[in-house]
Design a protein around this ligand. Structure first.
Ligand code: DI6
Ligand code: FE
Length: 399
């Protein structure tokens, strides 16, 4: 197989510390088939196809590790209600929020969901994303949750992208189970998980632990089931209040805890001890005009890797730009440029259990690269509404 050598790029491998000003050509990268086969200075040229990158910045292709991008309908009306002062929890109590998306999603077939979701996926890919996590969670019945994950798998076949699917039936209590959360967890979240797993639709299990959703005690049987099936768990926790979901997830060796605005230093310590990633979602923070910041310094102090993700969803984060998400991570959460870049590459890969496959430029990993028409990482993060993607390479193939 012929190897390709990318020369004269300013390469930021995201494999350890990220420096400020990568020199053009200081590192070169060799790709053979779908894999990175060498990274270093002055690699041998003989027999290789050489591509001159003209001094452009090269990073790993980006990873969006927390999305709800399969759904029906939209919720711009709720955006207007919030502008009129109605809080998110109140909209949820009035039957809006996740339940409104449930109604719109249940009305669609898997094919219709694919058609509705493809433009959102294409937005992400146009900004250099090569791996996307997609959750269920707007069906809230076994049939409708399965349809969502079938749509997610199909999206991964229609585009050159790696899709990881997540079972999030424990996202909200649908009206037909009002007052019966344990029955919902048993009959829909757990029974459906077994069916979805048997169909090969599930890569991980997630849950929304919140006063408007489920308590840690209600979620424990679901996580027990995930463990029995050999599936990793993750959690939406401490977003609007502190419920203890992070501690539950840590006990189950979760991949990540996500949102975390109300998390504490103790949560950070538990996450560090169990090797979890903190996935921060500044789009939801921004849309909900939150004021309580996630404990970023505690994550740093405890060495908890931080990821950033769009949380693309119809309500609290109708966001399909991972570049804007990086900018928000810096402006809203005070992450450094280096932290922002690691948050959408190496750390996002870790949050998906893909740390040995993608998210870094190192020999043996998948050749998932992004070439940018800028020269410094800060230029990717600083600008707003600016997409300097020059080329995306997915599994060795230029897109
Ligand atoms: N937290 C979120 O930000 C999304 N889900 C969740 O558990 C929002 C879901 C929605 O409002 O549709
Ligand atoms: Fe979410």
């Amino acid at each position: 197989m012929n190897a390709t050598l990318y020369t004269n790029a300013r390469i930021v491998p995201c494999d350890g510390a990220v420096g400020r000003d990568p020199e053009p050509g200081a590192l070169e990268i060799e790709v053979t088939g779908t894999r990175i086969t060498a990274l270093g200075p002055a690699l041998p040229r003989a027999g290789r196809r050489v591509i001159d990158c003209d001094g452009r910045l090269m990073t790993p292709a980006l990873i969006d590790c927390h999305t709800h991008l399969v759904f029906g309908g939209d919720r711009a009306n709720e955006f207007e209600m919030r502008l009129d002062g109605v809080p998110y929890e109140e909209i949820a109590h009035r039957g809006g929020g996740i339940k409104a998306s449930m109604t719109a999603t249940r009305a669609m077939t898997a094919d219709e969901l694919v058609t509705a979701s493809l433009p959102r996926l294409d937005h992400l890919l146009a900004e250099g994303v090569s791996t996307v996590e997609i959750k269920s969670g707007y069906g809230l019945s076994v049939t409708a949750e399965l349809a969502m994950l079938r749509a997610a798998r199909r999206l991964g076949q229609l585009r050159p992208v790696r899709v990881k699917t997540t079972w999030l039936a424990a996202h909200a209590l649908p009206p037909d189970y009002a007052g019966r959360p344990e029955a919902y967890i048993a009959e829909v979240a757990i029974a459906g998980l077994k069916a979805a797993h048997a169909e090969g639709l599930v890569d991980a299990v997630d849950a929304f632990c919140e006063n408007i959703a489920f308590s840690p005690a209600e979620l424990e049987p679901l996580f027990d089931c995930a463990r029995a099936l050999g599936l990793p768990v993750k959690i939406h926790s401490e977003q609007l209040s502190h419920q203890g979901g992070t501690a539950l997830a840590a006990r189950f060796g979760a991949l990540s805890a996500d949102h975390l605005e109300h998390a504490t230093a103790e949560d950070a310590a538990l996450m560090a001890a169990s090797g979890m990633v903190a996935t921060l979602l500044p789009g939801a923070f921004y849309m909900l005009r939150e004021t309580v910041m996630p404990p970023v310094q505690a994550f740093r102090d405890h060495g908890v890797p931080m990821a950033l993700s769009t949380d693309c969803n119809p309500g609290t984060s109708p966001l399909t730009s991972l570049l804007l998400t990086m900018n928000m991570g810096a402006t809203l959460f005070r992450l450094t440029v280096a932290e922002c870049l690691l948050a959408v590459t190496a750390n996002a890969a870790k949050a998906l259990g893909l740390g040995a496959e993608t998210g870094r430029l190192a020999p043996g990993l998948s050749a998932d690269l992004a070439l940018w028409d800028v020269t410094r990482p800060a230029q990717l993060v600083a600008r707003i509404g600016f997409n300097p993607l020059h080329a995306r390479i997915f599994q060795g193939d230029p897109q």
